[in-house]
Design a protein around this ligand. Structure first.
Ligand code: UDP
Ligand code: MG
Length: 311
C-alpha cells in the first residue's frame, strides 16, 4: 500500500523551534518512502515564525503552511490543519520536539495494523513542573467522572488519526472543539504508543495559566452538562437544611431554649445569595456557549496559505 501522511503542527511564536523540527522530521518521513506533507499552522505569531515558514516552504514542496490573521489558540490551529490535510493518516504534534519524531514510524506501524486512532502516551514528562502534572491529572479525573468519557491517561495532543476519523471530525458542526475529548467520543479502533516526553528543544511554553484554564473549561462545557444539575441539587440540599433548621428551632422553643434569630439571619442570607450567584454563573456559561454556537462565526480566519494544491 502506498499511503500519504500528513503532519499537522500548530505553531505560535516558534521561530527557533521550526528549523529544528523540520531538520528532525524530514529524514524520518523520507525514510518511509511514501508520500507526505508537513502542515504548519501559524497561530498569529508575533515573532518571525511566518518568514521562517515561508523560507522553508519555498525550498521544499512538502512543507506547507496556513497562517492565521491573529492568535486563535492551539485547538483552532489543530482543527484548521486537519481541514487542510489530505493524507490517509494524519499525525498531530507540537513543534518543540517534546513529542519525539522517532515515534511517528511506530504510530504508522500501528495504523498499518488496522488501528484508526493511535495515541502517543507519555511514560515520562520531562521539563514539566509538578503543578502542571498534578493539575492536569486531577482535571482529567474530574472531567471523566462528570462526562462519562474514557480519556486515556497521560495522552495529549500527539496522535495519529486515520482519514476516516479526520473526515468525521472535520464534519462536526460545533465551534469550540476539544481534541482529547473528541477523539475519545468518536470511537473507532484505538491504541497507544508509549514514549518519553522530552523537555522543549527551544523557546518557552506558549501555554500561559490563562490559556490552560480556558482549555480546561472548554473540555468541561463541551462534554458535560453536570454543572447545570447543580442548581437542582443545591436547591434540594438547602431546602432540606432550612426545614431541618425550622424543626430544630421549634423543638428548642418547646424546651424553652430561645436562640437570638438575628444572629442567624446574616450568614443565612449571605449563603443563599452566594449560591444564587454561583448557579446563575453556571447558567450563563451555557447561555454564552449557545449564543456563540448559534452565531456561527468562523472558528479561525486565514490570511495566507502556501504549497496546497488549491493555490
Ligand atoms: N500553540 C499554538 N497557539 C497557542 C499556544 C500554543 O499554536 O496559542 C502551539 C505551540 O506553538 C506548540 C503547541 O501549541 O506547538 C503546544 O504548546 P506548548 O509547547 O507551548 O505547550 P506545552 O507543551 O508546554 O503544554
Ligand atoms: Mg510543548
Amino acid at each position: 500500500m502506498n499511503a500519504k501522511y500528513s503532519i499537522v503542527i500548530p505553531a505560535y511564536n516558534e521561530q527557533e523551534s521550526i528549523p529544528l523540527f523540520i531538520e528532525a522530521v524530514t529524514p524520518i518521513m523520507q525514510n518511509l518512502n511514501e508520500e507526505y506533507e508537513v502542515i504548519f499552522v501559524n497561530d498569529g505569531s508575533r515573532d518571525n515564525t511566518l518568514n521562517v515558514l515561508k523560507n522553508f516552504a519555498n525550498k521544499d514542496r512538502h512543507i506547507k503552511y496556513v497562517s492565521f490573521a491573529r492568535n486563535f489558540g492551539q485547538q483552532a490551529a489543530i482543527f484548521c490543519g486537519l481541514a487542510h490535510s489530505s493524507g490517509d493518516a494524519v499525525i498531530i504534534m507540537d513543534v518543540d520536539l517534546q513529542d519525539p519524531v522517532e515515534v511517528i514510524p511506530l504510530m504508522i506501524e500501528k495504523w498499518k495494523d488496522g488501528y484508526e486512532i493511535v495515541h502517543g502516551k507519555r511514560t515520562k514528562r520531562n521539563g514539566e513542573n509538578f503543578f502542571k502534572k498534578f493539575t492536569s491529572a486531577m482535571y482529567l479525573k474530574f472531567l471523566q467522572s462528570i462526562s462519562g468519557l474514557k480519556i486515556p491517561k497521560n495522552v495529549g495532543e500527539f496522535k495519529l488519526l486515520d482519514r476516516k476519523v479526520v473526515d468525521v471530525i472535520n464534519a462536526m458542526p460545533e465551534h469550540e472543539r476539544f481534541l482529547r475529548g473528541l477523539t475519545s467520543w468518536v470511537g473507532f479502533k484505538q491504541t497507544e504508543v508509549e514514549f518519553e516526553r522530552k523537555a522543549r528543544k527551544a523557546g518557552e511554553t506558549k501555554y500561559t495559566l490563562k490559556k490552560m484554564l480556558k482549555y480546561a473549561g472548554n473540555g468541561i462545557v463541551s462534554y458535560s452538562t453536570w454543572p447545570l444539575t447543580l442548581a437542582m441539587k443545591s436547591g434540594l440540599l438547602f431546602g432540606f437544611l432550612s426545614v431541618a433548621c425550622f424543626i430544630t428551632f421549634i423543638v428548642l422553643a418547646c424546651c424553652k431554649i430561645f436562640l437570638p434569630l438575628t444572629a442567624w439571619l446574616f450568614p443565612t442570607v449571605a449563603l443563599f445569595f452566594s449560591w444564587m450567584l454561583i448557579i446563575t454563573g453556571f447558567n450563563n456559561i451555557y447561555l454564552r456557549r449557545t449564543y456563540e454556537e448559534t452565531r456561527n462565526r468562523p472558528r479561525y480566519i486565514i490570511s495566507e496559505t502556501k504549497n496546497f494544491e488549491k493555490n
